[in-house]
Design a protein around this ligand. Structure first.
Ligand code: CU
Length: 390
C-alpha cells in the first residue's frame, strides 16, 4: 500500500497528460448528480473517466493565512452491463488524520437504469477504503421527475475513522442522505445534498491506550453546487460549497464544520476510438434516398431541430456523442405527450439504443409533421421535428 500511495500521484499525472493529449470525448456529466453524491453513474461502456475535484479553505495562523486544498482524483473504467470499476485518490483527507492520503477502490453496478426504460435508477457501490481499512457499501436510488432528479443513498461504513490528536475510532456506522438536481437549461443545473451518519457520536480512544475520551459529534455533510456543461466540449464543471473534504463514501458521509470552496472537472476518454474495439452499427431501413442528416451530440441535442423533406425521402441520424441516444417517434414510450406527434396513418418507430458512432435511417412515406425524442434525454428536452411535404 505504501508503494501505491507514493506512486499514485505520478500515475495519475501521467494518465492525465495522456488523456489531455489523447483528445477527450464525452464526460460523466456533473449535470446528473450533486457535488457529494455519485448519482449512481456508471458511464458509457468502453470509456475511461478522469474527474478531478479540489476543495479549498483558509487556515488561520494568526498573522498569516494559509490556503489548504483537498484534491480527489477519480479514475474509472466503464464495463459492459452498466458496471464501473475504479479508484478515488485523495489528499488532505478527513477520513484518517494519520494516513493523510485516502485511496478508495470501488466497483459499481446499476441494476436498474432509466436509460434502459426502468422508472428509477438503482445502483450498488462496494468499496474498500484503504485509509480507514474499511469495507463500505452504498445503495443509491435516482428518480427523474421532469427537470428535477431526486437522489437517495443508504450507506454502510465498516469502520468510521476520523482524525484527532493521536486518536482512532473503528465502529461500523450507517449513513443516509438525499440530493436533488434541478436542470435549469440543457447546460446548467443547480444541485445540493445532505448526508448524515445515523449515529454521529464517535467515541475517541488515544491509540495504544485504554482511555476513552468523551464522544465527539460529527457534522452532517452537505453541499450546494452550480453544475455546468462547457459549450462545444464533452467536459462538465461543478462550482460548489461543501463541508466535506473528499467525495469517497467515507469522506462524503460527514463534515467538520468548515465550509470549503470547490470545483470538479470531468474528462472522458473513449477507448473504442483509439483501439477500434467496437464498430459503429447502422440500423433502420435501407434509406436509399437520404435527404437530411441530423447528429446527436453531447449537449443532449438533435443538431437540426427541424428538417424538411419530401414524401419517400429519408433522414439519417448519427450519434456523434459519447452518450447513448435514441430516435423515437412512439407515443407509448414518451413521458410527456408533447414529445411525440405522428401524422394520421404513420407507424410509430424507434431506433433503439444508438451508441457512439451508430447510425439510424428512417424513410418517411406519409406526409405530415413528425415530432420525435430521445428516450434517455426526453426530460432534458432532447426533442426535434421532421416535416414531410407531399
Ligand atoms: Cu439523447
Amino acid at each position: 500500500m505504501t508503494k501505491l500511495r507514493e506512486r499514485a500521484p505520478l500515475v495519475l499525472a501521467t494518465l492525465f497528460t495522456a488523456l489531455l493529449t489523447g483528445g477527450p470525448l464525452a464526460g460523466q456529466s456533473v449535470l446528473d448528480r450533486t457535488p457529494n453524491l455519485s448519482g449512481g453513474w456508471t458511464g458509457e461502456e468502453g470509456t475511461v473517466y478522469f474527474n478531478f475535484l479540489h476543495r479549498f479553505w483558509k487556515l488561520d495562523l494568526g498573522d498569516e493565512d494559509r490556503i489548504l486544498n483537498s484534491p480527489t482524483f477519480l479514475l474509472g473504467v466503464s464495463l459492459p452491463g452498466r458496471v464501473l470499476l475504479g479508484l478515488n485518490y485523495a489528499s488532505n483527507s478527513l477520513v484518517d488524520g494519520e494516513e493523510f492520503n485516502e485511496t478508495e477502490f470501488y466497483g459499481r453496478w446499476a441494476f436498474l437504469a432509466t436509460s434502459a426504460g426502468a422508472p428509477v435508477d438503482v445502483t450498488v457501490t462496494a468499496a474498500f477504503n484503504e485509509a480507514a481499512s474499511s469495507g463500505d457499501l452504498e445503495l443509491s436510488v435516482g428518480a427523474p421527475l421532469g427537470p428535477l432528479t431526486l437522489h437517495g443513498v443508504g450507506r454502510f461504513l465498516g469502520k468510521v475513522a476520523k482524525p484527532g490528536n493521536d486518536t482512532f475510532f473503528d465502529d461500523p456506522r450507517w449513513a443516509v442522505g438525499m440530493g436533488a438536481v434541478i436542470r435549469v437549461t440543457n447546460g446548467v443545473a443547480i444541485a445540493g445534498d445532505i448526508v448524515t451518519l445515523t449515529d454521529r457520536d464517535i467515541e475517541r480512544r488515544p491509540s495504544g491506550g485504554d482511555v476513552v475520551l468523551p464522544p465527539k459529534r460529527l457534522d452532517r455533510a452537505w453541499s450546494v453546487g452550480l453544475q455546468l456543461a462547457i459549450p462545444a466540449t464533452p467536459h462538465t464543471l461543478s462550482l460548489h460549497l461543501s463541508n466535506a473534504r473528499t467525495t469517497t463514501l467515507q469522506g462524503s458521509s460527514f463534515g467538520d464544520g468548515e465550509t470549503r470552496y470547490g470545483f470538479e472537472f470531468t474528462i472522458p476518454f473513449t477507448l473504442s476510438r483509439y483501439f477500434g474495439s467496437r464498430r459503429s452499427r447502422s440500423t433502420g431501413d435501407a434509406g436509399g434516398n437520404v435527404a437530411a442528416e441530423v447528429a446527436m451530440d453531447d449537449q443532449l441535442r438533435f443538431t437540426s431541430e427541424t428538417v424538411r423533406i419530401r414524401t419517400g425521402q429519408a433522414v439519417r441520424w448519427t450519434n456523434t456523442s459519447s452518450l447513448i441516444h435514441t430516435v423515437t417517434a412512439d407515443p407509448s414510450k414518451a413521458n410527456n405527450a408533447n414529445s411525440v406527434s405522428l401524422p394520421s396513418g404513420a407507424q410509430p418507430f424507434d431506433s433503439g439504443d444508438l451508441r457512439p458512432g451508430d447510425v439510424f435511417t428512417h424513410t418517411f412515406s406519409e406526409p405530415g409533421t413528425y415530432r420525435y425524442f430521445c428516450i434517455p434525454h426526453e426530460g432534458a428536452g432532447m426533442v426535434a421535428t421532421v416535416i414531410v411535404t407531399g
